[in-house]
Design a protein around this ligand. Structure first.
Ligand code: SAH
Length: 508
């Protein structure tokens, strides 16, 4: 082959290849991406979409659990940079303990007042926090305790319940500094930098032993709003929702035929709101359409048959078609567990789902002791509705978007927590909820700020202190002082004593 033949040949080859490529490119462009080839907002979106495609719509609780704490792309568990990027100015949201050190200091003072009111036990005090975030609240509480030696010498251990290993590491650095960490059969363990007591991490409160006659002080700040919720709507009786759907129920592995189908309902029924794929996004590829949306289940689900029956509050709404309710069974499990640690219980918990964990036995307690402080945003007494929200970069965005990159939370139903706590233990009583602004004022935030300001000369730092304080107590325009609530669980005392901040005074 001479040179010119070779040139012509290679030119032909190039043109053919280009033409072939063009053809393929054109064909590629004209074809809509399929379910398998489409670009999902996040890898977790793809995983969730596959699950929904295979098994059908999933309860909000299952979706929420995955987007927040899945080891593969969950918001708290794998957000790049860990806790530093979740909380604070640079993160997605700011919480009260992160706004001002005074918040944790007052929670510390509340704890000491409660310990004194219960007779100031000399040993067996446990400090527990569920969902400690960056560890700031616990750090501020412990710093405050340093000035109260009789109390600090009674502390035996600090327990932290944290699902995220990244955040656990952030907490460890703050609370234990360079102390070594070891793995244990229930989680991890290090030593507090303030006192010579162990700091123990577990991923679920049910892994913590229920020891007899301990005095646990338990804190939960913006923890319950992260626990998964189910949502239900009451639908009127009508021929199409009685038959044939009532012959089968939706389960996580698809529809299941009932052996003994319930009689056609002539009363309203609960239907569960489920997360499903949005066909406009997934099948039609319409730009701007969300990948996931909510849909009402076509038939009963195991959850819709059981969960709304656990409380008279929900049962009362069932008869009014169109009623919606949000329920967080996991929050009730936590509230029950906390109550039993403080008040003891002669019966094992009804709600134990993890067989073989510490929670499956009754808890003997000669005398109820300890207390819990639950701080969160939510409703005073009504059942939350439509409260599922997504937050990213300090802005509210659709809760189901970009799974794993968005903080998803829901209003806390304080009455439901109180109900679960009282049902779980005869040895406790519940106070509140009260608004955060009122609680902090009653705890003396004004006097504490005055003292801090009197020694602070730096103008910038004074400003930070002042604006922080105002943000915590402000009640106007959706201020944190009104939006956030505080509820206390203390040992039952026949209504003779109210805790500080809930109408009670300090008992020395
Ligand atoms: N209390 C902190 C952080 C609030 S964010 C503050 O107010 O600043 C919620 C915290 O709960 C995070 O630490 C998160 O990792 C943890 N968390 C969320 N869901 C959890 C679960 N199911 N089990 C244990 N920890 C969880």
């Amino acid at each position: 082959m001479n040179n010119s033949t070779q040139r012509i040949l290679s030119q032909c080859l190039r043109q053919t290849t280009r033409r072939r490529l063009n053809v393929r490119c054109r064909r590629w462009n004209s074809t809509k991406p399929t379910f398998e080839t489409r670009e999902w907002s996040t890898p977790l979106a793809r995983t969730l979409a596959n699950v929904i495609k295979t098994t059908g719509p999933v309860p909000i609780a299952a979706f929420m659990r995955q987007v927040l704490t899945s080891p593969e792309g969950g918001y708290y568990t794998t957000k790049p940079g860990g806790g530093g990027e979740v909380f604070g100015k640079k993160g997605d949201f700011v919480t009260s303990p992160e706004i001002s050190q005074v918040f944790g200091e007052l929670v510390g003072i509340w704890t000491i007042a409660e310990w004194m009111a219960q007779g100031g036990k000399k040993s067996g005090v446990q400090l527990m926090e569920v969902g400690p975030g960056k560890g700031t609240l616990m750090d501020d509480i412990l710093r405050t305790f340093r000035n109260f030696k009789p109390f600090t010498s009674s502390i035996e251990a600090i327990y932290l319940v944290e699902a995220s290993s990244t955040l656990r590491e952030v907490q460890k650095q703050l609370l234990c500094g360079d102390a070594a960490t070891e793995e244990t059969d229930i989680g991890h363990r290090s030593t507090s930098k303030y006192f010579d007591v162990p700091v123990v991490w577990v991923e679920d409160i049910r892994l913590l032993p229920h020891e007899e006659d301990k005095t646990p002080f338990i804190f939960a700040h913006e923890f319950f709003d992260a626990l998964p919720i189910h949502a239900f709507e009451s639908i009127p009786p009508s021929p199409e929702n009685q038959q044939p759907q009532q012959q089968e129920i939706m389960t996580p592995t698809g529809p299941v035929k009932l052996d003994k189908p319930p009689k056609p309902a002539n009363t309203p029924q609960w239907r569960e709101l489920m997360v499903t794929l949005n066909p406009k996004a997934v099948d039609e590829n319409i730009q701007g359409e969300p990948e996931f949306n909510l849909t009402l289940a076509k038939a009963s689900t195991p959850s819709s048959l059981v969960i709304p029956e656990i409380s008279e509050r929900y049962r009362a709404l069932k008869s009014q078609p169109g009623s919606t309710i949000e329920v967080s069974p996991e929050s009730r499990i936590y509230a029950s567990d906390i109550a039993r640690r403080i008040g003891g219980a002669s019966e094992p918990p009804r709600t134990t789902s993890k067989r073989g964990t510490a929670a499956s036995a009754p808890i003997a307690k000669r005398q109820p002791s300890g207390a819990a402080l639950i701080m969160d945003y939510g409703t005073m007494s009504t059942i939350p509705i439509n409260s599922l929200r997504g937050i990213r970069n300090h802005k509210t965005i659709p809760a189901l978007s970009s799974p794993g990159l968005v903080d998803v939370s829901a209003d806390v139903d304080f009455t439901s927590l109180a109900e679960a706590a009282i049902e779980a233990s005869e040895g406790i009583e519940v106070h509140g909820p009260v608004e955060q602004g009122d609680f902090l004022q009653a705890m003396g935030i004004a006097a504490r700020m005055e003292r801090l300001l009197s020694t602070e000369k730096d103008e910038e730092k004074r400003k930070v202190l002042e604006t922080g304080w105002q943000r915590l107590v402000e009640k106007g325009g959706g201020g944190m002082g009104k939006l956030y609530k505080v509820m206390a669980i203390i040992p039952e005392n026949g209504g003779k004593r109210r805790p500080v901040g809930f109408g009670g005074g300090v008992i020395m």
